[in-house]
Design a binder for this molecule. Structure first.
Ligand SMILES: Nc1ncnc2c1ncn2[C@@H]1O[C@H](COP(=O)(O)OP(=O)(O)OP(=O)(O)O)[C@@H](O)[C@H]1O
Ligand SMILES: [Mg+2]
Length: 472
């Protein structure tokens, strides 16, 4: 459906109304005026005729013409012209004068005269037919030119007024419309920004009318929304901090209690052999090491350092991870399949952080295939639109799989099913991917295996043809 702006909805009716008023009103006025004038002129001409008959002027047509400015024509019973004051050609006089019709009307009206409008030799007349002896017709013809000229004049005047007034009305209504719609446009722009999540924006209430009130109400609403969002974020942060602190405490409690037990044992047993003492100290050191790993992972997650971005070849980065893992994979009898798409342009990324994330995912896959299996790594270029091309990296294993109830907890910090795991590997990987503007997801079937998919945005306007070709 065609969409009309408020501006047009204001301007168009104005112009339509004025056009109608300027064009229709004169037509009606002229029509009414014409009728009134015709009645008046008929009445007057009758009066003239009566005077002409009474004064005997009827026998002197030239004098009538001189006194009244009217023409006189006298026709005989067979409608041939006996006399006329009219100059020019009389050839079609009987028809032009509508003599038959005149006679008929006189007969029907039972009067001596009737009036009629005729056009003779290109001129308009009001004619009064007066029936005389021997069926002769005396025609008193009064020119009606002025009325036609007046009509033409009024029409031209009206067209002139229309030509001047319609653009003026258009301009005035346009200004009125703009005055009304400009604040609405500002308000719409402001609400769009707010809808886009920018709650710091405030609309400028320029007018002291309903639109100004609406802007002020919107401002208030945005402020309230911002406050409640901040409160919500604060509450959420507190809840997350609480959850993380609890998980962290839980994680380090086990190594701490074993350290306490070992230390107490070493202190209490004075006769402990040197080798047992050393072994206990070694256990304590290992537990300290474990706490250190947990603390480091936690620090990475809680306070992620900013990215050190540089353009890198993604396939190359993946290859470096696999080179490091190769021996380990062979040892676990895991077959590696690589399917790298050859057409990625260099991507701006933090190489070390992404390598760490890939490594965590490959290590998870390895842990999931204790009896060996297949690890497939593929990169796929996804062309969503010109501005949002992405590359997807799938890491597919044929391991034990993940039960559905665990699937949506994988990326929670400290979620682990491993006795020695921190549960921070995937949480950190997700954080790193999100820092790059990417994403990570996983799907799995218990007993069949798991696919972890990672997405990274490609630089905009990069087409496969201008990218560097990278083979396996
Ligand atoms: N490929 C996989 N197959 C099966 N389970 C997986 C896989 N990847 C992750 N998981 C499950 O997700 C949990 C969380 O993984 P995450 O990497 O975050 O921690 P983790 O591996 O347990 O500990 P860490 O990474 O510190 O060694 C794992 O404990 C495991 O249960
Ligand atoms: Mg892990």
């Amino acid at each position: 459906m065609r969409r009309y702006s408020i501006q047009n909805k204001i301007v168009l009716p104005f112009i339509l109304l004025v056009t109608v008023v300027i064009l229709i009103v004169p037509v009606i006025t002229i029509g009414l005026f014409d009728r009134k004038y015709d009645e008046q002129i008929s009445w007057e001409t009758q009066k003239w005729l009566e005077t002409i008959v009474d004064t005997g002027y009827i026998r002197h047509p030239e004098k009538v013409k001189e006194a009244y400015g009217a023409e006189v024509t006298i026709v005989s019973s067979d409608n041939t012209v006996n006399y006329t004051t009219l100059p020019g050609d009389w050839a079609s006089f009987a028809e032009d004068m509508k003599l038959h019709e005149g006679r008929k009307r006189i007969k029907e009206s039972n009067r001596d005269f009737v009036s009629q409008n005729v056009m003779v030799n290109g001129r308009h007349y009001k004619v009064i037919y007066y029936l005389q002896a021997y069926d002769r017709l005396y025609c008193l013809m009064r020119p009606r030119e002025e009325i036609a000229a007046a009509k033409q004049w009024v029409t031209l005047l009206m067209l002139g007024i229309a030509a001047a007034v319609i653009p003026l009305v258009g301009l005035i209504s346009h200004l009125i419309g703009r005055n009304l719609t400009d604040p609405i446009k500002d308000l719409v722009q402001f609400t769009r920004k707010v809808a886009g999540g920018d709650l710091n924006e405030q609309g400028e209430a320029k007018t002291h009318d309903e639109i100004g009130d609406l802007t002020r109400a919107f401002n208030q609403m945005t402020r309230d929304l911002r406050n409640s969002r901040n409160e919500l974020i604060g509450a959420e942060r507190l809840a997350t901090a609480g959850k993380m602190a609890a998980s962290f405490a839980h994680e380090i409690r086990n190594p701490l209690s074993s350290m306490r037990m070992l230390a107490q044992m070493v202190m209490r047993k004075a006769n402990l052999s040197e080798s047992r003492r050393k072994q206990s100290m070694q256990y304590i050191l290992e537990e300290i090491e474990r706490i250190d790993v947990i603390v480091k992972g936690f620090m990475d997650f809680a306070r992620p350092a900013s990215l050190r971005l540089a353009p890198h070849d993604l396939n190359q980065v993946l290859q470096e991870v696999l080179d490091l893992m190769e021996a380990n994979l062979n040892h676990h009898r895991i077959t590696l399949i690589k399917k790298f798409a050859p057409d990625h342009p260099p991507i701006s990324l933090d190489r070390d952080k992404l390598k760490q994330a890939f490594m965590n995912i490959v290590l998870n896959a390895m842990d999931a295939m204790p009896g060996g299996g297949t690890l497939e790594i593929l990169t796929v270029r996804q062309i969503a639109s010109r501005d949002s091309d992405k590359v997807r990296i799938d890491i597919v294993d044929t391991g034990i799989g993940i039960p559905p109830e665990d699937l949506n907890r994988l990326f929670e910090p400290f979620f682990t099913t491993k006795s020695q795991g921190t549960g921070l590997g995937l949480a950190n990987a997700k954080r790193v991917l999100e820092q790059h503007g990417g994403d990570i997801q996983s799907k799995s079937v218990v007993g069949q295996g798991t696919t972890v998919s990672l997405w990274l945005p490609l630089p905009s306007n990069s087409s496969p043809s201008d990218s560097k070709k990278i083979g396996e």
